[in-house]
Design a binder for this molecule. Structure first.
Ligand SMILES: Cc1cc2nc3c(=O)[nH]c(=O)nc-3n(C[C@H](O)[C@H](O)[C@H](O)COP(=O)(O)OP(=O)(O)OC[C@H]3O[C@@H](n4cnc5c(N)ncnc54)[C@H](O)[C@@H]3O)c2cc1C
Length: 349
């Protein structure tokens, strides 16, 4: 049987290796230049939702949620994802998305946001939520998948450059580094790093079932992590680079937004912050599939690679073994860019 070398042991590579082993692949090497979950996966917010805007994405998300729900706590807490709209246009957009999601069987509902204790909702004109969604621990999930993969015979090599490992099939799951790894195999992939940061507050008295709260118009969102909250919002000007600097100038603004939306946390301060990288493609959708003879890519996941990783791993493993993938991958082929990949100037993530 051919040897499959999976490059990158983040959420995506771990899931592919695990699903390859589940499907009976015998000779799989999972190699990472660093350690398991040492890349973008370790920086992620851990949001897991099915509320996407295209049918293909919703299906990937639905299958992934099933997997996360089976893992259960402490890996995944099914606390829900609540989107708040403060304008009629924002609410209309949420409603349009809800229609598609409903058709596909995602239990998204109109809700009274006041049911989430402590939220300030005076300026909210409407809200939708899916209570099957929730928050996970990306590093812990990834390490668990790798543990299961190794138990089934996958050869894990940490501190090993996958480009130095001999194999018949090479799988690029290197997150923001996928472009350079692909280039070393003679393949051009339109994947660029985008610096993003998360802020961790001082302890806050938030209930264990606090959902992920997302302001639809501003993109400001927060979740509970242990006895603290994690806050996120896009930069006003996207930082397209491998820089990892935390921009402290936004701390005051983010705390003000938090104090307004969740007065329970009005006295919180920022205790920690870190920056990581989204692996962006020009349309913010991933590249999944064969990109050259013997070279397969699963990268360019923008801000949602962790939450899609279970379904992506299953689908990629099937294709790698010559089987039909259980999900539609047609929207994610490299060919859609047809050599005309241009990155947008502004982003709504
Ligand atoms: C601040 C932030 C918040 C986020 N929030 C969320 C969220 O809430 N929900 C969500 O779903 N997603 C979120 N994401 C996105 C998510 O983290 C990524 O989409 C996902 O982790 C990508 O996983 P990956 O395995 O493709 O990449 P990575 O986790 O980056 O793993 C790639 C691995 O490849 C390795 N590598 C590189 N070169 C080589 C080589 N030559 N040989 C071997 N190994 C190599 C690296 O060391 C790394 O470990 C967030 C990302 C950031 C930065």
């Amino acid at each position: 049987m051919a040897r499959i070398v999976v490059a990158g042991a983040g959420a995506i590579g771990a899931s592919i290796a695990y699903h390859l082993a589940l499907r009976g692949a015998r000779d799989v090497v999972l190699a990472d230049v660093g350690e398991v979950a040492s890349g973008a996966t370790s920086k992620a917010m851990g949001g897991v939702r099915q509320q996407f805007s295209t049918a293909a994405e919703v299906r990937l998300a639905q299958a992934s949620i099933r997997f996360f729900a089976e893992l259960g706590p402490p890996y995944f807490e099914q606390v829900g994802y609540l989107f708040l709209a403060t304008t009629d246009a924002g609410l209309a957009a949420l409603e349009e998305r809800r229609g598609l999601q409903h058709e596909l069987g995602v239990p998204v509902e109109r809700v009274d946001p006041a049911r989430v204790a402590g939220l300030e909702v005076d300026d909210v004109v409407g809200a939708v939520a899916c209570w099957d969604d929730g928050c996970a621990d990306p590093s812990a999930v990834t390490r668990e998948l790798v543990r299961r993969a190794v138990e089934r015979g996958v050869d894990l090599r940490e501190h090993a450059d996958a480009l130095d490992v001999e194999g018949d099939v090479f799988v690029i799951a290197c997150g923001p580094h996928s472009q350079e790894v692909a280039a070393a195999r003679g393949v051009e992939l339109p994947v660029r790093p985008l610096c993003r940061q998360l802020l961790l507050t001082s302890p806050v008295d938030a209930p264990a079932d606090l959902p992920m709260v997302v302001e639809a118009e501003t993109g400001f969102h927060f979740r509970r992590r242990g006895d603290r909250l994690v806050l996120a919002m896009s930069d006003a000007t996207p930082r397209w680079s491998f820089e990892e600097t935390v921009d402290e100038s936004v701390f005051g603004d983010r705390l003000e937004r938090l104090a307004h939306r969740y007065p329970v946390a009005a006295s919180a301060t920022i205790a920690d912050a870190w920056a990581g990288h989204y692996d962006m493609t020009p349309d913010a959708h991933p590249i999944i599939g064969w990109v050259a003879d013997g070279v397969y890519a699963a990268c360019g996941f923008s801000g949602h690679g962790f939450m899609q990783s279970p379904a992506v791993g299953e689908a990629a493993a099937a294709e790698l073994l010559g089987e039909s993938p259980p999900f539609e991958l047609a929207p994610y082929r490299l060919e859609r860019f047809a050599g005309e990949a241009t990155f947008p100037e502004t982003l709504v993530l």
